[in-house]
Design a protein around this ligand. Sequence first.
Ligand code: SF4
Length: 331
Amino acid sequence: MSRVFSGIQPTGEPHIGNYFGAMQNYVKLGREYGKQSLYCVVDLHALTNPAAFDPALLAQRTLDMAVANFAVGLDPSQVIFFVQSHVPEHQELSWVFTTITPVGDLERMTQYKDKSGQLESVPAGLLMYPVLMAADILLYRADTVPVGEDQTQHIELTREIARKFNHSFGETFPEPRAVYNKQALRIPGVDGQGKMSKSKGETSTLGLFEPMDSIWAKLRVAPTDPARVRRTDPGNPDVCLIFDYHKLFSDLDTIQMVDVECRRAGIGCVDCKKAVMTGITAHLTPIQARGEELRDDLDSVRDALAQGAREARAIAAPVMEEVRTKVGFLK
Ligand code: SF4
């Protein structure tokens, strides 16, 4: 039986880029794979980024990420959803993997080079990040890993670590494959400065739980087709981020209407933005309402995470036991 694993960074409240790029896919895979799909809020990984890490906020952000995923429809009773630090086997397996992973391979990772280049003092944990990621995946013998394309190198390294371990200690781990969600790359920021990203600040993002008036304030001033200077100028929806949002939030009739009317100046940009706002409101209002309910009952969220950790450990413990035996620890 195939098994899915995905790690989720505890970045607090996600934006619509995260929603369409990853979270929607988790819901879909969760329905397909049920308890064979594992989703893990990776708080251990969060420690490796000194710029974003704040001990006062980590627990809150971890909870926020659970709330957000449950609010969009991931059902913790149908999948396994848990917090990485609640399953200590991740760290134990990670240590074993550090002993078979060449430092040179880790130093070659593009993300490591990018992040370490911005730091005066580089924590060893940042270098070891992909080893922990390999442990996250292989601990559950997961073979399917939904990720962004920026994770390709890390998944390759995970396959390499699995091969090495199997070669040294006997067949133990499958070689997982990455599954990409290409839509993640196409969601533009509302500031028109490329992909929607939290690192570019709030001017780039539309938050999943952002109040509608705040979303409208950003949409109202969002750039459109730059060639459309006057209301009477025909526009090109293919170069306009508002049209990209229509494709995510509007019904087919509205999308087709904008596609035609924009090109013959039959609709103005303000009306076009109002139309997309209608779709956004219809889409996000029930998610925000569900988020409110969950925030009013955080004990049930914590209970779901505790249950998820128990279910994850039920899979992880025998795998780790097998690893301990194979590497020769005294029983
Ligand atoms: Fe963009 Fe809509 Fe204006 Fe066309 S009418 S340029 S799609 S905002």
